[in-house]
Write a protein that binds this ligand. Structure first.
Ligand code: TQI
Ligand code: ZN
Ligand code: ZN
Length: 498
């Protein structure tokens, strides 16, 4: 029997505390369920139709159904034991899970031997304990897929592993005890596959503290290309659950997920007469090539690099993402990092394969998600991993925009109000990100509500509390609270042109 052990994980809000199961009165469970659902399921769309959604979302049973489907439970709409069980378990705020899942673009290792190196050991376990546990975690995978993992102790390995506290050399500092336990990058060059453990956790080889084998195995799932699963028994289910580690084998869902990427080590005897696939045969569909670290060389002729420092530079779209700024133009984007020096130009489709030209973009930092719009569709992307959320692309009508809107001009989330503004021609809509519905009374004319900005907006974003509205090469730095223009700038001023 599996035992739910630990507390809160990334982005996580704790589910309301409850009395031990045996003492729990039926009323307590109702309250638990209500609190839980209002906490986590207020913005789960039940239906894609905005009209149906508005009415349906508010009912308790529908929220319950959404929650049950989200967790892969039987969708009964009633508070059965299994549902209550899940509500009581520590809950991770990662909001899109399916049964096993791969990262967007199916990144995977394109070779059979993967090296790893542990560059920094922690305070809790000895070097030999860590070496043995990490080897065991990799072996869970090499038992079932035709990859071999080899530890090296100098130079650059494919998967660089370390134990660190707080700031540990990337842009994702750890948060002290509890919270985030560890993180890993999806397969790829450079930092791809790299795995870090928060050394403020009490790492153990037992049921106490945080079990290193289980967390390492989960992280290596990410490092091999697995995203979170909605199967509760899966290692990749986003809740830490202790299960005994002696003789531990990869759960079936994770095995299927990783074999879908790499094939199986021993091809299973095939009862049907069709030839068994060779273990090294590429799985289908072919994964897209891993994205190169360097910006893709754009096709000659349409290179926005030539325009970068032009005073006439016009943006298609712009958004913040985790403190960086992205400026979109003709299928390319410039990324201006606060942390790293300089500006990088990349091709949109190299980063997000289904998207060519971005018309509008916005970020909701509280959800750790940003959205990219092209034509009548939009994609939700998890900012932390830069991976597409499941269920996308969605049609613009899903947001409550009328079906005659062919594309957006711009979008921006206003932190102080929790609303996203969508700009189309001379009008704009206001969308409530909490309730996931369009505010009534829209569209309104831009010029009615934003005195001082022009009557069209090509691109909009927020930076340090100001809103920036671009129209042609000009840009207005706007104070939303006082509805006043702070400065008028030129777009190219963002792109380090001196
Ligand atoms: N770390 C998160 C995790 O590994 C980091 C993360 C969130 C993440 N979303 C991601 C990594 C998407 C890759 C892709 O899930 S954690 C668990 C859990 C964590 C969580 O510290 O919260 C485990 C580490 F959720 F499964 F319990 C290990 Cl086992
Ligand atoms: Zn890290
Ligand atoms: Zn995870």
């Amino acid at each position: 029997m599996v035992l739910v052990l630990l507390a809160c994980l990334t982005l996580c809000s704790t589910a309301p505390t409850v009395a031990p199961e045996t003492d729990a009165l039926p009323e307590d469970e109702d309250t638990l369920a209500e609190n839980y659902l209002s906490h986590f399921y207020t913005d789960v769309g039940i239906s894609n139709s905005p009209t149906v959604r508005n009415i349906a979302r508010t009912t308790f049973n529908d929220s319950l159904k959404a929650m049950q489907s989200f967790f892969g439970l039987e969708v009964t709409g009633t508070l059965d034991n299994e549902t209550i069980e899940v509500m009581k378990a520590p809950r991770c705020g990662v909001s899109d899970i399916s049964r096993y899942a791969h990262f967007y673009g199916r990144p995977r290792w394109e070779k059979r031997q993967i090296t790893y190196r542990i560059t920094k050991y922690g305070r809790h376990l000895s070097k030999s304990e860590v070496d043995a546990t990490i080897a065991k975690a990799f072996q869970l995978y090499s038992d079932v897929i035709p990859l071999d993992f080899k530890q090296i102790d100098s130079g650059t390995a494919d998967i660089m592993i370390l134990f660190g506290r707080r700031d540990h050399g990337d842009f994702y500092p750890f948060d002290g005890a509890s919270g985030v336990l560890a993180h890993a990058n999806a397969p790829g060059r450079g930092q791809g596959g790299d795995t870090h453990f928060d050394d403020d956790e009490t790492w153990t080889l037992t049921q106490r503290g945080v079990n290193l084998l289980l967390v390492a195995a989960h992280e290596f799932g990410h490092a091999l290309g697995l995203d979170h699963s909605r199967d509760r028994r899966a290692l990749m289910f986003p809740t830490y659950t202790y299960s005994p580690t002696t003789g531990y084998k990869l759960p079936a869902d994770d095995r299927r997920g990783v074999q879908a990427l790499y094939g199986s080590r021993t091809p299973e005897p095939d009862p049907k007469p069709k030839p068994a696939p060779r273990p090294t045969a590429a799985p289908e569909p072919r994964p897209t090539e891993p994205e190169p670290e360097e910006p893709t060389q754009p096709d000659p002729g349409r290179n926005p690099r030539d325009e970068q420092c032009s005073r006439d530079l016009v943006f298609d779209a712009a958004t913040s993402v985790r403190g960086d700024l992205l400026f979109f133009k003709n299928g390319y984007y410039w990324k201006k990092s606060t942390a790293a020096q300089g500006i990088r130009l990349s091709k949109v489709s190299a980063r997000w394969p289904q998207i060519n030209v971005v018309d509008a973009a916005y970020e909701v930092p509280d959800k750790d998600v940003f959205y990219l719009f092209e034509g009548r569709q939009y994609w939700g992307i998890r900012a932390y991993t830069n991976t597409k959320l499941s269920g996308y692309p969605k049609p613009l009508t899903n947001l409550g925009l009328p079906s005659n809107v062919k594309k957006l001009d711009a979008a921006v989330f206003v932190k102080s109000t929790g609303k996203t503004l969508f700009f189309v021609d001379s009008k704009y809509w206001s969308y409530d990100e909490r309730s996931n519905q369009m505010d009534s009374g829209y569209p309104r004319y831009i010029s009615w509500d934003f005195p001082g900005i022009s009557c069209r907006v090509d691109a909009a974003f927020e930076n340090f509390g100001y809103l920036y509205f671009s129209d042609g090469p000009r840009q207005t730095e706007y104070n939303y609270a006082s509805k006043t223009v702070n400065r008028v700038l030129l777009n190219y001023g963002w792109l380090n042109c001196y």
